[in-house]
Every structure is written in structure tokens, then in C-alpha cells.
Write a protein that binds this ligand. Structure first.
Ligand SMILES: C[S@@+](CC[C@H](N)C(=O)[O-])C[C@H]1O[C@@H](n2cnc3c(N)ncnc32)[C@H](O)[C@@H]1O
Length: 281
């Protein structure tokens, strides 16, 4: 049985309202595949019955399950490698020179999925920071299921095989059943919080580095602009923003400038040009 046009429109509207994720026509197969297990779990005889009941009796808890099911949580350790090389080779040395007064760095993984990104950041920083420095990684995602998984710090063998170098597995994980668990020494530097980036953000202290990777692609241009503006307010003036390889601020938000770092690029708050730069009076 395939999803009716009206049911697809209902789901797309709900997901857009709750998460800003755009489900354009053509994604019916995705909606069906992701929501069938949710409908079964709820005891509905079919997806159509499930959606019909939800439209008649809206339930915020079920809305959250629907949104969770329609997030795409693809991730891996040290994803794309180059951002982490840039962090180690350029960004951290520069920030270490600039933060000698506080000897503390704050990092945000703003769409952290199941945790591979924030823990990859923590491993990088922990290896690179001089002795006596502190760091904290804040990891957020709209999906409560992903936040729960990330917080547990438990990964299967298949998951650790996706990009985690063997020496880091040995140093930062302990065996747990048939899988692996993040070591407490790393875990204690990372906190997790459910957060919708498209809604007004809670107040947070500013960050030195923000990873906002592989998330803007799911939004329309207005939402990209809003998210970049809100996230940009939480980036220190000399901080760095990393986006996914297919994402950019260019043409969306000109308060950032792109800087090339090795084989990748990052974004920094643009230094405002004074309105009257020595012109004639
Ligand atoms: C493809 S994953 C990217 C994970 C990681 N940043 C990476 O690059 O590997 C996208 C994540 O964005 C989250 N997401 C989608 N919409 C969101 C929103 N409005 N606010 C916060 N997170 C959102 C999803 O739940 C998902 O875990």
C-alpha cells in the first residue's frame, strides 16, 4: 500500500513545523519506510490508520517519534577527515595561543547524531591540548533517540569499524559485551542535550569551535539563514565554524567569511568594515 498524497502532505507539514526538515515530493518512499515501524509499534493496522488517528488526536509524544523517524542520522568517526586535520594542524594551535588566560576551549557539535562527531572532537582535542588545559564539548541534536544513544557511549563493532583508527579505539574505549564503550576520561568532557536548531536557541556561553556539519542540507534557504544567524551569535569573534562538504554560508549569510585550511575550509565571523574608512568629509 502506498502513501496517499494527503497523508504525505500531512507528514511533510508536521515534520517541517517541528524540525524545519523539508520533505519534498518524491520522498514518499522514505516516509513510508521510516514510519511503518512507528505505526506497527503503536499497534496500528496500517500506516494510513496510524496517520488518520494522529490527525484526529494529535499527540506531541507521537509527533516527536514521527520527527525522530524522519531525521537522517548518517554519521561516522572523523567524518571526511579533513576538518579534523584542520582542527589539529591550524585551529587548535591558534586557539591555544589566543586562550592562555583561561586555558579552556569550548566546542559545540550542533547536530551530533549518535555521537561519533562529538567524541571524535573530544579525542582530537584531548590529544592535542597542552597539559593543564580544559575543554568541553556540548553535543546537541533534535532526535531524542540519537541523544540517548550518543549519551550511552556504546558502539557496536560495525560502528567502530567506520572510521575509528585502531590506536584510538585502544586508547579511548573499553570492551563492552560484543561492542565498545567510550572511556570515562573522554565521556566526562562531553554533555548531551536535545535541541532544535531551527527554534530559538537556549542561552549558552560562546564557543571557540562549532561543528554544524551535514544538517543545513535538510533545510530551505530561509531556515539555513536563521540557523546560521543563531549559531553565529554563539561563536566567538575569533572562533571557527565547520560545515559539511556540500554546505556553505556563501549566498546565505554574509556575516561569515570562508577561510581555506589545508584541503578544507572553515568559516569565521567577518570583521565588520568601519562605515567611514577615511573618506572625504
Ligand atoms: C546527517 S546527520 C549529521 C551528523 C553529524 N553532524 C555528521 O556530520 O556526521 C544530521 C543530524 O541532524 C539532526 N537534525 C535534523 N534536523 C535538526 C534540527 N532542526 N535541529 C537539530 N538537529 C537536527 C538529525 O537528527 C541528524 O542526527
Amino acid at each position: 500500500m502506498s502513501l496517499s498524497e494527503a497523508d504525505f502532505a500531512y507528514v511533510a507539514g508536521l515534520v517541517r513545523r517541528e524540525s524545519a526538515i523539508v520533505l519534498s515530493p518524491g520522498k514518499e518512499y522514505l516516509v513510508e519506510a521510516r514510519l511503518l515501524p512507528v505505526a506497527r509499534q503503536a499497534g496500528a493496522a496500517s500506516l494510513a490508520d496510524f496517520l488518520d488517528a494522529l490527525q484526529r488526536r494529535p499527540d506531541p509524544a507521537v509527533h516527536r517519534c514521527v520527527v525522530d523517524a524522519l531525521t537522517t542520522n548518517e554519521t561516522s568517526w572523523f567524518r571526511d577527515r579533513e576538518p579534523y586535520t584542520a582542527l589539529s594542524g591550524t585551529v587548535l594551535p591558534e586557539l591555544v595561543s589566543a586562550r592562555t588566560a583561561t586555558r579552556t576551549l569550548r566546542i559545540w557539535s550542533a547536530a551530533c547524531s549518535s555521537g561519533q562527531e562529538p567524541y571524535s572532537l573530544a579525542m582530537t582535542v584531548q590529544q592535542d591540548l597542552p597539559a593543564g588545559w580544559r575543554y568541553h564539548v556540548t553535543a546537541t541534536d533534535i532526535s531524542t533517540e540519537m541523544i540517548g544513544r550518543a549519551r550511552s557511549g556504546e558502539y557496536s563493532q560495525v560502528e567502530v569499524n567506520r572510521g575509528l583508527p585502531a590506536p584510538l579505539l585502544a586508547r579511548f574505549f573499553t570492551p563492552s559485551g560484543t561492542g565498545w564503550r567510550i572511556s570515562p576520561a573522554l565521556r566526562e568532557n562531553v554533555t548531551f542535550q536535545q535541541m532544535n536548531l531551527a527554534a530559538p536557541l537556549p542561552s549558552m556561553a560562546p564557543f571557540d569551535v562549532i561543528f554544524l556539519r551535514n544538517i543545513l542540507i535538510y533545510f530551505d534557504v530561509e531556515t539555513k539563514r536563521t540557523v546560521l544567524r543563531n549559531v553565529g551569535r554563539l561563536l566567538r569573534p575569533d572562533g571557527y565554524l565547520f560545515l559539511g562538504a556540500a554546505e556553505t554560508t556563501i549566498g546565505v549569510d554574509d556575516s561569515f567569511e570562508r577561510v581555506a585550511i589545508g584541503r578544507t575550509s572553515a568559516y569565521r565571523p567577518r570583521v565588520p568594515v568601519p562605515a567611514n574608512t577615511g573618506g572625504n568629509r
